[in-house]
Design a binder for this molecule. Sequence first.
Ligand code: MG
Length: 350
Amino acid sequence: MKIRDLKVATVDAPGLGRIGIVRVDTDEGIYGYGEAHCPREHVLQLKPYIVGCDPTEVEKVMLRIRYRGGFKPWGSSVSAVEMALWDLAAKLESRPLWRYIGGVNRNILSGVSVGVQPSMAELIRVVRGYLEQGYRRVKIKIRPGYDVEPVRALREGFGPDLPLQVDANAAYQLSDAEVFRALDRYSLLMIEQPLGWRDLVDHATLAKMIRTPVCLDESITDVDDARKAYQLDAAFVINVKPARVGGLGETLRIHDFWYGVAKRPIWIGGMLETGVGRGHLVAAATLPGVRYPNDISASSRYYESDIVEPPWELNKDGTITAPERPGIGVEVLVDRVKKAVKRSLERSLS
Ligand code: MG
């Protein structure tokens, strides 16, 4: 069996830009899906490097793209094709992708990520709405001038038991350590990416100054970054975003090092995916080293109608169940691809 074709259908998601739904076909009519957040042409450039290859050898095909094509492994086009190949490889064995990659926890914990709000009252209202929907953990974005106050407001509003964490998106420097000392009093699950993405040494210093676990996100682009972070003791936990690290292969390598060797936990973050990308996130979130709730929400969080069937839904207990169907377990609704409507992006950016 050989890979016969690579296609991209473009979805217009207002506020998100254009998303490419990538499909890799075999000569026997089986196909896999991935999702690209880059121009269609960037994905199609990869076609000559995959057509004719054996679809069961994902890593071999990716090495061809990387070394013969000279493409950087962390680009969106490459990770989209990579994930389509994983979906395809799992389907060729008629297995769900999550089992195919070694996942064990079928019901994954789903958290919600809440952007900066115009007032504390509005923050409380928004968070209450998500908790009523069943989300099990709340993450808020912080930035200088909007950090300790919203955390205090949420602790006062929802008490000490609300699983709460903050994400600074690299907005601070080590000289802002007072902010993190102040946040240290609120029993947060973690502080995500407090400092610049290249500041591993400063993260290590900060991690020693506070009790709250430090989580790295933007700093980790591959397993080598994870090894450096471990050597420096710069973080306790990693938010792995498959699309950011080049796909599921690198996600597995980071998982196997950080959890298997370093004995530390990870969780899975998203980048505002459609139901296709979400399928890959759900599969990754079933891995044994995923020990915190994930930034993976239901389709309804972002889309009035997702472009996949069945849509991703939140169970009453705040989990999402990985499907037993082959591959990512959802089918793309071609007629909806053109009509996909994005809702309220401004509420949150991952
Ligand atoms: Mg983040």
